[in-house]
Design a protein around this ligand. Structure first.
Ligand SMILES: [Zn+2]
Length: 250
């Protein structure tokens, strides 16, 4: 049985039996990995506090070819988020990220870029609701982009013409944008120039730089998030739990 090793984010864990837990990791080298942590529920577990959600760890595990669940051997804590996990707003946002990653990424399929993006979003210190809303949008957009699901918002989805930089543009049911000529007299929601600018700037900027710049654009950030969540719901075939709670509270 080969031993694998990778830097990993702990996404969540749940009880398997009286003493054991199942832990879901997002590993840098192998993507989403689910494993059994034997004895993790015992008071003096060899895993200590290294399996707390949203920690960055160095993970070692054995994998049998025919088993989806790997056997967790050793977990070394590199960076914890105990502080953030004690805050319900952080917890909800990070749990949403974990939901998105496990719903959208196939297991054992590595994505270095997605790992770096997720780690940057989880390991930074965000301040308050507006920053968390901005980082959620950042995360949603990048996950869609890296999965190949992000629509091209620089051209009309029907005639292919480049859209004007200024002004509102119609957004059609499949969440492509439609130029004024193609839209004709159809009634549809619109996307503002500010929202399209945010859409592009996320793709150029690191999360901290984006979140800083988005401070004065709270409403546009939340509306844009609403559009992207419709795409996500189409991709995963359901609404994510945490997504509903943001809709209610934000
Ligand atoms: Zn058009």
């Amino acid at each position: 049985m080969p031993l694998f090793e990778s830097e990993s984010l702990v996404l969540r864990s749940y009880d398997l039996s009286e003493a054991d837990r199942i832990v879901v990791f997002f590993t840098r080298a192998h993507g989403i990995v689910r494993g059994v942590a034997k004895g993790a529920k015992r008071l003096k577990s060899r895993f200590g506090s290294s399996l707390e959600p949203f920690s960055t760890v160095n993970l070692q595990y054995f994998q049998k070819d025919d088993r989806e669940l790997v056997s967790i051997q050793h977990v070394e804590l590199a960076d914890s988020r105990f502080d953030a996990a004690a805050d319900p707003d952080f917890l909800r946002t990070f749990a949403y990220f974990a939901d998105l990653l496990t719903a959208m990424l196939p297991p054992h399929d590595p994505s270095e870029t997605t790992f770096r993006m997720a780690k940057a979003c989880i390991s930074a210190n965000w301040h308050g609701q507006d920053e968390l809303a901005a980082v959620r949008l950042y995360f949603e957009l990048w996950l869609l982009r890296l999965g190949g699901y992000l629509p091209d918002w620089s051209n009309c989805g029907e005639c292919g013409r480049t859209l004007p930089v200024s002004g509102d543009v119609g957004i059609w049911r499949d969440l492509h944008l439609i130029c004024g000529e193609c839209a004709g007299s159809r009634q549809m929601a619109t996307v503002s120039a500010v929202q399209r600018d945010i859409f592009l700037s996320i793709q150029r900027l690191a999360p901290i730089a984006f979140v800083e710049g988005a401070r004065s654009q709270t409403e546009a950030v939340r509306e844009l998030s609403g559009f992207l969540r419709q795409i996500i719901a189409n991709v995963v075939g359901r609404e994510l739990m945490a997504e509903r709670s943001f809709a209610v509270n934000s």
